[in-house]
Design a protein around this ligand. Structure first.
Ligand code: PTJ
Length: 235
């Protein structure tokens, strides 16, 4: 079903053709995880929810694959936090931006940044640096499900907290993010929404404690240990 969604979205011009390759890579890692949210991912999802709730200007970045697989969930998460949505594409063309904005509106999104970019993420070449001042450019926390490594690193250099959802714990994005969620975007966004509802009303000082105690490198090491243990147990 997920493959069908991606394939259909590519035919509609929402997903870039390389999005299919990225999806296949994600599937391979998902098999290794057992196609479920492992406890280590859930812990990251909880801390990510805390980061979104503590943020001044949280933004959820939407690309073709994310729109195809998790548009409704991202819109719902944006409403719960509340956070802004911004279309931010690696393979940016005005046509794709327009199509994605129309698609998101049809799914219930109200304000969508990124359609009329007026700023650039420093240190990136080409149109993938384009963003909006009120959105990603001034955001303090950015959720980037399925990001490319360069952009994740560029956002970190701007001093932002970056929450990445990436099934590959070895990717540059996974390694560079502030909070890395090694889970499928289809499971990660609803789970973050669950944690946002659970943590809403908690004192910010308590949420801050969660953020201060988060060790992303340690969590990634544990994910890698989980994967090798699982592979050993299957062989
Ligand atoms: O729509 P655009 O133009 O912005 O392009 C989007 C893609 C995803 C094509 C672009 O950002 C890209 O090429 O990304 P990468 O560098 O291939 O990274 C995508 C990462 O997401 C890889 O590490 C995949 O393992 C991972 N991934 C793929 N599908 C999923 C996933 N992670 C979580 N959930 C998935 N469903």
């Amino acid at each position: 079903m997920t493959r069908e969604l991606i394939s259909e979205a590519m035919k509609q011009g929402l997903v870039h053709e390389t999005g299919l390759i990225a999806h296949g890579r994600g599937e391979a890692f998902d098999y290794l995880l057992g196609e479920k949210t492992i406890a280590l991912a859930d812990a990251a999802e909880k801390v990510a929810a805390a980061a979104l709730l503590c943020a001044t200007n949280p933004v959820i970045s939407i690309n073709g694959n994310v729109a195809a697989l998790a548009a409704v969930d991202c819109i719902s998460l944006a409403k719960s936090v509340p956070a802004n949505l911004e279309i931010n594409l690696f393979h940016r063309t005005p046509e794709r931006v327009k199509k994605l904005a129309a698609f998101l509106r049809k799914k219930g999104a109200k304000t969508i940044y990124g359609v009329h970019p007026d700023a650039r993420i420093p240190g990136l070449d080409s149109d993938r640096s384009l963003c909006e001042k009120k959105g990603i450019f001034t955001a303090d926390v950015v959720l980037v499900p399925l990001e490319d490594g360069d952009r994740c690193q560029a956002l970190r250099r701007m001093g932002k907290s970056v929450i990445a959802v990436d099934l590959n714990p070895l990717s540059r994005t996974a390694q560079a993010a502030t909070i890395t969620i090694v889970d499928n975007v289809t499971r990660a966004i609803p789970r973050m929404n669950h944690w946002v509802h659970q943590l809403q009303g908690t004192e910010h000082s308590e949420l801050d404690k969660l953020l201060k105690h988060w060790d992303n490198t340690k969590n990634l090491e544990r994910v890698m240990a989980f994967l090798s243990k699982r592979l050993n147990s299957l062989s």
